[in-house]
Design a protein around this ligand. Structure first.
Ligand code: PLP
Length: 397
């Protein structure tokens, strides 16, 4: 008898599975608007110039590939704290742990909640990034949904969200918030709505668990952190999961961080020790290279300025693509107004296309979009906008 023979095939990942199908597609006009990766006008995901320069410096000066501390390099951790919180929170109250990407941070946050806290529920927006559900379920946390996107699939249902958070939650439940550039909808709260959310989270005694995967892709590095400032103004305890995959273009280097804010330094140290214990049995210690690149850039004024410019270029180009898409759709005569996309932020937009239309785009036009109708705007290109919009016009007719 075979030990492995009866193992069934797992379903492909809902997003990365599409990319596998895309790669196998022979249609020369194929277009992948599924996975959240920035592409330039030539369809490449470039390495930022500041990253290349930092890597060169590392090649010349790096003296060892020895293990990093379990919680990562101190220099990197200091920079992350400043990027996320600036000077709004005393350094001694913040635990920072370097993690393999934002996913690693989310997984460690879930492990920490499961290991140390009594609330075992996490509230996530409906809809949310599909992996949130799986990551939290992997740590045996109960995942519940709060209302987020309005029934028109375009607007933010602030009343539904506040109502769910204030009437259905228990003290100590965690509430997952997307700091900016909500994935998959691109629909974000306004600053005054963030203040309302912060009030409810604080009143109910919930633990804010903030996913910060797109810092700098919404309105700017500091502007995008305003949501976190709004929450920390009302809550002494919170967690932030940062990813530097998108804003440094370091996707495959796996660079991220988990920050935990507590009310005093003794608690912050205790939390640091507990998370280190969890990391030790998971991946032992984090990868060096990507975090060293980030720290090298942020240690150097010129490279930091260059990074700001390159990030602004990506952010602005996505905005332009969004506008160009809306304008080009108007010219197709499909009679379908997409101007609501202009209010959305970041890489993604909820297009309102239904699963049948998404399916038709894939099978008839080799255009790959996530089943929910989420489009990666950052995957569009100026030169192929006409082709994309004509295909969409055909399926919405
Ligand atoms: N959180 C959200 C909302 C994301 O969209 C992503 C990436 O797509 C992540 C977390 C994870 O990022 P990383 O690739 O750094 O693990």
């Amino acid at each position: 008898t075979s030990l492995f023979g009866g193992i069934p095939t797992a379903p492909p990942d809902s997003i990365l599975g599409l990319t596998e199908a895309f790669q196998a597609d022979k249609n020369p006009d194929k277009m992948n608007l599924s996975v959240g990766v920035y592409k330039d006008a030539s369809g490449q995901t470039p390495i930022l110039d500041c990253v290349k320069a930092a890597e060169q410096r590392l090649v010349d000066t790096e003296a060892t590939k020895g293990y990093l501390p379990i919680d990562g390099g101190p220099d990197y951790r200091g920079h992350v704290r400043k990027l996320v919180f600036a000077e709004t929170i005393a350094a001694e109250r913040v635990t920072v742990v370097q993690t393999p990407g934002g996913t690693g941070a989310l997984r460690e946050s879930a492990a920490f909640i499961a290991d140390q806290l009594s609330g075992r529920r996490v509230w996530v927006p409906s809809p949310t990034w599909a992996n949130h559900n799986s990551v939290f379920a992997s740590e045996r946390l109960l995942v519940e949904n709060y209302r987020y996107l309005g029934s028109d699939k375009k607007s933010f249902d602030i009343d539904g969200m506040l109502d769910d958070l204030s009437s259905k939650t228990n003290v100590g439940d965690a509430v997952l918030l997307h700091a900016c550039c909500h994935n998959p909808t691109g629909v974000d709260p306004t600053p005054s709505q963030w203040a309302q959310i912060a009030d409810v989270v604080a009143e109910r005694g919930l633990l804010p668990l903030i996913d910060f995967a797109y810092q700098g892709f919404g309105h700017g590095l500091d502007e995008d952190a305003e949501s976190i400032r709004a929450i920390s103004a009302k809550c002494d305890e919170l967690m932030v999961c940062s990813s530097f995959s998108k804003n440094f273009g370091l996707y495959s280097e796996r660079v991220g961080a988990l920050c935990v804010v507590s009310s005093d330094s003794a608690t912050a140290s205790a939390i640091q020790s507990q998370i280190k214990k969890l990391v030790r049995t998971n991946y032992s210690n984090p990868p060096r290279h990507g975090a060293a690149v980030v720290a090298t850039i942020l240690d150097d004024e010129k490279l930091t300025a260059q990074w700001h410019d390159e990030l602004a270029m990506m952010r602005n180009r996505i905005k332009t693509l969004r506008e160009q898409f809306v304008e080009t759709m108007k010219t197709t005569g499909a009679g379908h107004d997409f101007s609501f996309l202009l209010d959305q932020n970041g890489m993604f937009s909820f297009s309102g296309l239904n699963p049948m239309q998404v399916d038709e785009l894939l099978h008839k036009h080799s255009i790959y979009i996530v089943g929910s109708g989420r489009i990666n705007v950052a995957g569009m290109s100026e030169s192929r906008m006409g082709h994309l919009c004509e295909a969409i016009a055909k399926v919405v007719e």
